[in-house]
Design a binder for this molecule. Structure first.
Ligand code: GLU
Length: 320
């Protein structure tokens, strides 16, 4: 049985790119006759706000999406809000620690960023971690722990090449150890995204994780965690990102493209759905349409592999 999900981070207002990713995940699940869950990824508590989480629900409903399980409707895998699932992540950390898969890292931010010649880490992160703290002796760890609370890093298996079959991009291959050892619990106690998402997708029996291509390079890390925790990964599909007419990625910083701002500007949800569906190649004309009307003809193969150019011009009439 297909189980899909949308997992937004309520650290700001949803923008058009989030709506598009949600629509794709929803269409993929619905066209397979599957269940669809909404999970609020507020694990980074200081960055997230409950007002934003409330707004996520409103924005998605306005856009024409629904979910079978989620923070506001419950379901078999409650709670659906990450900040309420901490003990599950701690249990996974304990298991990884017991297996010797993690080590404490005492490096400061400044030290991490001074490694100018390090290979690249994730596109979102800068240089890969060089591994200094991996080889500390137990005595060195004890001494350092007297003055600094460490973060916990996952020791990436040295020659674990990662290849996986992506639902949109086909076979994706990363070099061995791509991205370097990564943080699974920050020094301030906050659980890392990679660990939380793996624990949750597995616990919630998600069979298909469909999300934006900005998370493509997180997938090897998640696959290593699945392997280390003895869990079965879902099938992954990453959808190309939405860009403006010049090919620049649409971002959260463009405040006028927040879902709530578009709604307030008077853009009808069906108009927006139609533009998104048309720019993604799902329909022939940019005409108003509801998500439910797109289910029957939906096919992931119709999506382009290149970034999708969204016609911002079409929103000019609304003063956007
Ligand atoms: N919470 C993540 C984000 O908003 C998405 C997680 C996922 O889909 O794996 O970027």
């Amino acid at each position: 049985m297909y189980r899909g999900r949308f997992a937004p981070t309520p650290s700001g207002r949803l923008h058009i790119g989030n709506l598009y990713a949600a629509l794709m995940a929803w269409l993929h699940a619905r066209s397979a006759g599957g269940a669809f869950a909404l999970r609020m990824e507020d694990i980074d508590k200081p960055r997230c706000k409950s007002d934003y989480a409330e707004l996520v629900l409103k924005d998605l409903r306005w856009f024409g999406l629904d979910w079978d399980e989620g923070p506001d409707v419950g379901g078999p895998y409650v709670p659906y809000t990450q900040s309420e699932r901490t003990e599950r992540y701690e249990a996974a950390l304990d298991a990884l620690l017991a297996d010797g898969r993690l080590y404490p890292c005492f490096c400061s931010r400044a030290e991490l960023f001074s490694v100018a010649s390090a290979p690249h880490g994730l596109s979102s992160e800068g240089p890969a971690y060089g591994g200094v703290c991996r080889s500390l002796t137990p005595e060195q760890r004890t001494r350092k722990a007297e003055t600094k609370t460490p973060s916990l890093r996952f020791a990436v298996p040295p020659d674990a090449p990662v290849a996986f079959e992506d639902g949109v991009y086909g076979r994706i291959e990363f070099p061995p150890g791509a991205g370097g050892d990564f943080v699974v619990r920050r020094a301030d106690g906050i659980i890392g995204y990679q660990l939380a998402v793996v624990v949750d997708d597995a616990a919630m029996n998600v069979t298909h994780a469909l999300r934006g291509a900005d998370l493509l390079d997180s997938t090897p890390r998640q696959l290593w965690l699945y392997e280390a925790l003895g869990l079965t990964p879902p099938t992954f599909a990453h959808v190309p990102l939405l860009c403006d007419e010049r090919g620049e990625r649409l971002s959260k910083r463009q405040k006028s493209l927040a879902a709530a701002a578009l709604r307030e500007a008077g853009v009808p949800a069906e108009t927006l759905v139609g533009l998104v569906a048309w720019s993604a190649g799902l329909v022939d004309r940019p005409e108003p349409i509801r998500p439910a009307e797109l289910v029957a003809g939906f096919d992931l193969d119709k999506l382009p592999r290149d970034p999708i150019r969204f016609p911002l011009d079409a929103l000019r009439n609304y003063g956007v």
